[in-house]
Write a protein that binds this ligand. Sequence first.
Ligand code: PFF
Length: 451
Amino acid sequence: MANVDFSNRDSFGSKFGVIAATAGSAVGLGNIWRFPYVAGESGGGAFVLIYLGFIFIIGVPVMLSEFTIGRRAKLNTFGAFKKLAPGKPWFLVGVMGLVAAFLILAFYSTIAGWTLEYIVKAFSNGFENQNTTVVFESFKSSTFRPIFWQITFMGLTAWIVLAGVKDGIEKYTKILMPLLFILIVVMCIRAVTLPGAAKGLEFLFKPDFSKITWNVVLEALGQAAFSLSIGMGALITYGSYIRKDNNLPVTAIQVSIADTLIAILAGVMIFPAVFALGMDPQAGPGLVFQVLPELFMKMPGGYYFSIVFFILLAVAALTSTVSLLEVVVAYFVEELRISRRKATIIGAISISLLGVLCTLSYSELKDFKIFGQTIFDAFDYVTANIFLPVGAFFIVIFLGWFLGKKVIADELSNEGALKMKFFGLFMFIIKYIAPIAIALVFLNSIGIIKF
Ligand code: PFF
C-alpha cells in the first residue's frame, strides 16, 4: 500500500512558505512556555548552554535528515520508512512517531487551551489588581473551562488542517510568525528595564556547572528536540511537501536559528521579570502564565499588549498543533485510505479524548499518578525526554547507515544543482557524533551506564 504514488499531493507554494510553516511548527509553546519553565527547574545558565550545544550538533542534523527522508519518499512518516526500506522493520520508527504525535498533542492542547482563556482575560482586564498566581491557580484547577478551551483549540487545529497545506498551513503562518517575533522583542525591552532585572539575566546566562546532572543533560536534549519538532516525523511529513528546488540545508539552518532565537528571547522576557517581581523560577508549567500578566500590568499600554501577545501565543501554538495533527492525518489518508476530512475528524476527536485526561490532571485527576507523576507531567516528560531522543537516534542511524550516501547527496544537492560544502561533516555527524551523543545522554540518565 505504501508504494502508491500520490502525485497529486499538496505542496508548499514558496520558499518563504516552507520556512514559515516549518518555523511555525518549531516555534510554539515549546519556546515560550516550556523552555523557560524547564530552564528554571534545571538551574538556568548551564542548562541553556547545553541546550544550545544540542541544537547545533543534534538538532540541525536531525532536522535535515527528516527533510531528506520526507522529500525523498513524498509520504507520511510511516509510509516514508516503508517505501525507503521495504520489508525492513524501520517503519516502527514511523509508528513511534505517530504515538508521540498523539501524546504530545494531548498535553500540548491543554496549554494551548490556557492561551485562549488568557486572551479572554486580557480583553476583560482580568489581571488588573489581581494576584496573577491566584488567578492562574483557580483557572487551571477548575473542571470545565480548561476542557472547553482545549476542545475549542483542537477544533481550530482541525479546521486549518482541513484547509490543506498551501491554503491552510502556509497562508496563516507567513503573516503571523513575524508579528510574534516583533512583539517578543518589545516585551524583552520592558522586562530587562525593570528594576532588579539583572539577576534574571544572570540566572539565564551565567552557567553554574554544579547544577548539572545527567538528568539535566537529558532535559536539555529533550527540550532541544521538542523545540525543533524533531524525532517524531513532523518534519518528515512537512519535508514531503517541500518541492524539489528547495535548498534543504539552508532551510534547516534558518529554521533552527529562528527557533533558538525565539526561545532565548522568551527567556530574556521571562527571567528578568521573575526576579524583579520576586517570583520563583522553579514554578513549573505555570511560570509564563503567572509572570507575564504581571509584566503587562507594569507596561504602558499593557492592556493592549496583553491582548496581542496572548493572541500571538495562541497562534504560535496553533501552527505547532497543526503540524502534529498533520502527522496523524497524512498517515490516515495515505496508509488507511480515508478522506482528509474523515481523517482530520477522527484524529482530532481521539486526541481530544486523551487530551481531556491531561487537562483533568490539574483538577479531578490531580492525585492520579503514573510513576509518581500526573498524566500531564508523564506525557510531557516521556515524549520530550524519551520518544523524541530515541526517534532522533533511529532517524540519524537510518540515514547514516542505511539510506546510502548517494541518495542523501542527491536529495541535499537537489540532484547536483547545489554545491555541498559541508556534506562530509554532515555525514560524519549523523553517522557517529549525533547517535553516540544521544545514546550516551540517554543511557547515563536512565542509569544503564555511569560516567
Ligand atoms: N516544536 C513545538 C514547540 O516548540 O512548541 C512543539 C512540537 C511540534 C513538538 C511538533 C513536536 C512536533 F512534532
